[in-house]
Write a protein of this length. Structure first.
Length: 284
C-alpha cells in the first residue's frame, strides 16, 4: 500500500505500451525517480523489487517504487502486452510498511498549511479493462502523442481519475490503524476548533486512550493533537485577517483562542510576524 499526502497531488510524467515475445524480459533498473505503474492486458510479467516478487498477470496492475531497484525474476512465458505509466509526487509519501512519518513540511504561504488529505493506492490489484481505471488508462494512452496544453492538462486530470479508481475499486480502502485514528482525531479537532477542547473530550469521542491518540497523530502528522489544533486555529485566523475587518482580539476568539496574549505568541511563532503585521502585508 502506498500512502501519498496531498496536496500536492501525484502528477503524470510519461506513458507508453510494449509487447514482449515469449522469453522477453523487462529492463533491470535502479532508482529511476518515478513510480512505474504497469498494466498487463495479456500474458504475465514476472518481476522482483529488491527481493520482493511482483508477478503481474493479465487484467492486473503493479506499481514499482521510484527509490528501489527492480529486475526480471523470470522471462515471459507467453506473448505479454502491457501499458506503462510513470508518475511522481513532490509531496510526502511512503509505503505502509516503512513506518516513516507521513507529515509533509508546510509551505511558506498565508493559507492553509494543515489541511492535508491522504491517498492510499494498493501496490498491486485487478484492473478491469472496462472499468473506470481501465478507461482512464486507455484515454491517457490515446493522448500520449499530443503535446498541446489541453492534452497535458487532460493527462493530469485522467491520472487523478485513475488513482482514485485504484483506491476505491475494491470498496473501502485499507489503511494502517494509527493513520485511521489520527485522521479521525484531525477531523474532530477541525470540526470543534472554536470550542474548548480537552484530551478527555477527544478520548471520549474516539473511544481511545489520549496517549494512544497522541502517539497516532505523532506518527502520522509529526505533531501532537494540541499542536495540530493550534496550527489549524492559526490558519482560520489568517483567513479572517485577510478577508475580514474584524478586530484582532475578536479574531482570536473566533479562532478558538481563549487568551489573546497566547494567540499573539502562537501566531508570531507560526507566521513569523504578529497578527497586525500579517494583516498589513496582505491588506495593503
Amino acid at each position: 500500500m502506498f500512502h501519498f499526502v496531498s496536496p500536492p497531488l501525484p502528477h503524470y510524467v510519461s506513458c507508453g505500451e510494449d509487447t514482449y515475445p515469449p522469453g522477453g524480459t523487462h529492463p533491470d533498473r535502479s532508482g529511476i525517480g518515478v513510480f512505474d505503474l504497469l498494466v498487463v492486458t495479456s500474458g504475465c510479467l514476472y518481476l522482483e523489487e529488491e527481493g520482493s516478487p511482483l508477478h503481474i498477470a493479465s487484467g492486473h496492475y503493479g506499481i514499482l517504487r521510484p527509490d528501489r531497484s527492480h529486475r526480471t525474476a523470470e522471462p515471459c512465458r507467453t506473448e505479454t502486452h502491457f501499458y506503462w505509466l510513470h508518475f511522481h509526487t513532490l509531496g510526502s509519501w511512503n509505503a505502509s510498511s516503512d513506518g516513516a512519518s507521513y507529515w509533509a513540511e508546510p509551505e511558506d504561504t498565508p493559507y492553509a498549511r494543515i489541511e492535508k488529505f491522504s491517498i492510499y493506492i494498493p501496490r498491486t490489484g485487478k484492473l478491469e479493462p472496462t472499468g473506470p481505471a481501465g478507461s482512464a488508462v486507455r484515454r491517457i494512452m490515446l493522448l500520449n502523442a499530443e503535446q498541446s496544453a489541453k492534452a497535458r492538462w487532460d493527462r493530469q486530470i485522467l491520472l487523478q481519475d485513475l488513482l482514485s479508481a485504484l483506491q476505491y475499486q475494491g470498496g473501502e480502502y485499507a489503511e494502517s490503524p494509527h493513520v485511521r485514528v489520527a485522521e479521525r482525531a484531525g477531523e474532530f479537532l477541525r470540526r470543534h476548533y472554536k470550542e474548548h477542547i480537552s484530551y478527555q473530550m477527544l478520548s471520549e469521542s474516539l473511544h481511545f486512550h489520549p496517549n494512544y491518540i497522541s502517539l497516532c497523530m505523532k506518527k502520522t502528522f509529526d505533531c501532537t493533537p494540541l499542536e495540530y489544533l493550534t496550527r489549524y486555529r492559526i490558519e482560520q485566523a489568517k483567513r479572517m485577517l485577510i478577508h475580514t475587518d474584524e478586530p484582532i482580539g475578536r479574531i482570536a476568539e473566533l479562532a478558538g483562542f481563549r487568551s489573546f496574549p497566547y494567540f499573539v505568541r502562537c501566531f508570531a511563532r507560526n507566521a513569523g510576524q504578529p497578527p497586525n503585521s500579517f494583516r498589513k502585508l496582505f491588506r495593503k
